[in-house]
Design a protein around this ligand. Structure first.
Ligand SMILES: [Zn+2]
Length: 268
């Protein structure tokens, strides 16, 4: 998978570029300087205002129509002679743009004072994914339609929880990649499956306590989506916590082991 904006290459299960935030595409992008022949005129479209998803959609429409194109960040480069065709596709892609706030509806504002830039961009992305029309006013307050209050409250809670999760996990210190990592994850999954079958397995318990502590402390490996890796680390943390609780039931163990095994299912 490739980022169409910066050309970084990713493994297949990665959804978006860690640098640009845009969704990935199947084909390697064309460097902007290679769009058209050397003596051919190019035109540039500045699409900073566009959502990630709309840019990705446009990229795919251009690829689908075999229109040579490249990106410089959020600037789209095409051949001048393709301009009319590109304009038509731009109109098509704009439909997927974030819905605009209706000027005639009652609105409410949320102060973003306590929000970091990273948290705000996560919030905006989630609002977009849920089709919630929104904008920011001059003071930086998030403005939404009053009728969306409930869903926005839910989204804010979700984003807040996600950030709290990142905080709770803390920084990981172990670097593990490649074969060592896949062997390790394979071992963890085998142990987890043993505990699913027999939550009283003392040998497996002892082994997985050590391994799940390690798992919870591994930095996001190359090619993994950081959110997804965060969930895997959390799975390790939870397995460890359950097993270090004296009054745990067999059901607790089975549940945590099942969850951990499922997190690793399509990796190993
Ligand atoms: Zn990128």
């Amino acid at each position: 998978m490739y980022c169409f904006q910066c050309a970084r290459e990713y493994l297949e299960d990665v959804a978006e570029c860690v640098e640009c935030g845009v969704g990935l595409v199947d084909e390697p992008p064309t460097p902007p300087e290679e769009v058209g022949e050397q003596d051919e005129e190019q035109v540039a479209y500045e699409l900073y205002e566009w959502s990630f998803e709309a840019r990705r959609m446009l990229d795919q429409l251009l690829t689908g129509d075999s229109i040579s194109h490249g990106w410089q960040g959020a600037i789209l480069i095409v051949r001048e002679r393709d301009e009319d065709r590109v304009d038509a596709l731009i109109e098509q892609a704009e439909v997927t743009e974030d819905p605009r706030l209706d000027p005639d509806v009652e609105k409410i504002g949320y102060s973003m004072d306590e929000w970091t830039a990273e948290a705000q961009s996560m919030l905006v992305e989630t609002l977009g994914l849920n089709g919630v029309a929104h904008e920011f006013d001059a003071e930086g307050e998030l403005i939404i339609a009053e009728t969306d209050e409930e869903v926005v409250d839910e989204i804010i809670e979700g984003v807040t929880q996600k950030l709290a999760l990142d905080d709770a996990l803390g920084d990981a210190s172990i670097v593990m990649e490649g074969l060592e990592l896949s062997d390790f994850l394979g071992d963890v999954r085998i142990l987890a499956n043993k505990l699913v079958k027999n939550p009283g397995d003392a040998k497996a318990t002892l082994a997985i306590v050590k391994k799940s502590a390690t798992l919870a402390d591994i930095r996001t490996p190359f090619g993994f989506d950081s959110r997804r890796w965060g969930q895997i680390r959390l799975g390790g943390t939870e397995m460890n916590e359950v097993l270090s609780t004296e009054e745990r039931t067999e059901e607790d163990v089975t549940e945590a082991a099942q969850a951990l095994s499922a997190l690793l299912a399509d990796i190993v």
